[in-house]
Ligand binder design. Structure first.
Ligand code: UD1
Ligand code: UDP
Length: 356
């Protein structure tokens, strides 16, 4: 059974690393990977293929840095051509990026069934490009691999239980990757100046924060304060944010790093005292590595973390980010309910695909 997988952004490489491994162990499934090129810097793309042993993409599209419409449209056109040439039995996409939507649309219009990994997540904020991408992708998918019970019930609320599609809670593939690569975490040369303990890891890249100068300034003020008064802050900085910070001439007082590889990122997560982030994936990884998290957003798709008190939403409010960070430090994090399935998502996905 031929599966065509579309990936293009950093978190998709990390998710694909474990799923593609499980596919390679299947005698039934055969995978070809399309890399859209959405993320392209060596430390946003190649480093993950090298570190995590992701199979080399069969197709490399090099489409990036445009507007949403231009990027998605160009990807759609090229993925359609590949689908026509490859005639796959199924196309598979991850998450909620422009690469996700382009892949799903291209296949659906050619009547190629679409499997969506991380289906059913909702922030209920249509201002987020990701919310539009995930809603549309779910609409054209026929296997919806949900990571949580909440995701399943979101789809039920949208009437998916009455459609001829499979909606399945298979667990979260990011827990698989955290578990699989945990023992391989390395400090590495990019982290040479990072202390061995007693620091906070921050990440910041979400469009709603970087494209709004007031929100960005307010967040940076908080991170600068935390760095000077609470704990040293280590910030591997996404290229999107690097560009905006430079153009606005903002001063970053914390330890700013280039984006790091996944094995270094896991090292940071294992050794830090807390996480302050606006990332989707990093919120969960904080939990997997038993670290409290402050999320610099107004909503999250990972609501179970908030309900269990291991993550707190602080928006972009300087005082709230500082106060939440102080309050969360030292909190004990446990996972007695195995909220994300316990690390079996990739195999669960392969088992379903083999029978599809
Ligand atoms: C994208 C996803 C977002 C995801 C994030 C993961 C969409 C709409 N957004 O956001 O959901 O959380 O990836 O990191 O798909 N850039 C570089 N080098 C790179 C990658 C990007 O310079 O390797 C620059 C681009 O030129 C662009 C900016 O960063 O100017 C934003 O990149 P883009 O892929 O459009 O969106 P992300 O913010 O990365
Ligand atoms: N990550 C990484 N290096 C970094 C920052 C993040 O490897 O410098 C990893 C992180 O551990 C997680 C994934 O990238 O697995 C999250 O990606 P990102 O925050 O870019 O996207 P999101 O999850 O918000 O879509």
């Amino acid at each position: 059974m031929k599966i065509l997988t579309v990936i293009g952004a950093r978190p998709q490489f990390i998710k694909a690393s474990v799923v593609s491994k499980a596919i390679q162990n299947s005698s039934i499934l055969d995978e070809k990977i399309i890399h859209t090129g959405q993320h392209f810097d060596a430390n946003m793309s190649n480093i993950f293929f090298d570190q995590l042993g992701i199979p080399k993409p069969h197709y490399q599209l090099d489409i990036n840095s445009g507007s949403h419409g231009s990027m998605t449209g160009r990807m759609l056109e090229q993925i359609e051509e590949i689908c026509l040439a490859e005639q796959p039995d199924r196309l598979m996409v991850y998450g909620d990026t422009n690469s996700t939507l382009a892949g799903a649309l291209a296949a659906a219009k050619l009547h190629i069934p679409v499997a969506h990994i991380e289906a059913g997540l909702r922030s209920f904020n249509m201002q987020m490009p990701e919310e539009i991408n995930r809603i549309l992708t779910d609409q054209v998918s026929d296997i919806l691999f949900c990571p949580t019970d909440t995701a399943v019930s979101n789809l039920k609320n949208e009437g998916f239980d009455k459609k001829p599609v499979q909606v399945l809670n298979v667990g979260d593939v990011m827990q698989d990757s955290s578990l699989f690569f945990s023992e391989r975490a390395v400090k590495g040369s990019s982290l040479v100046d990072v202390p061995n303990e007693g620091f906070i890891v921050a990440t910041l890249h979400r469009a709603e924060n970087t494209d709004d100068a007031n929100r960005l300034k307010s967040i940076i003020e908080a991170l600068n304060y935390i760095h000077e008064h609470i704990r040293p802050v280590v910030l591997p900085l996404h290229p999107r944010t690097q560009k905006v910070v430079k153009s606005l001439g903002l001063e970053l007082k914390m330890s700013v790093l280039e984006p790091v590889g996944y094995l270094e990122m896991i090292w940071l997560l294992k050794h830090c005292d807390a996480v302050v982030s606006d990332s989707g994936g990093v919120q969960k990884e904080a939990f997997f590595f038993k670290k409290p998290c402050v999320t610099m957003r107004d909503q999250t798709e990972w609501v179970e973390l908030i309900e269990h008190g291991v993550n707190v939403l602080a928006g972009a409010d300087t005082q709230k980010i500082i106060q939440c960070t102080e309050a969360m430090l030292g909190k004990t994090i446990e996972d007695p309910l195995s909220l994300y399935g316990g690390g079996h998502a990739s195999q669960n996905i392969v088992n379903v695909l083999e029978k599809a």
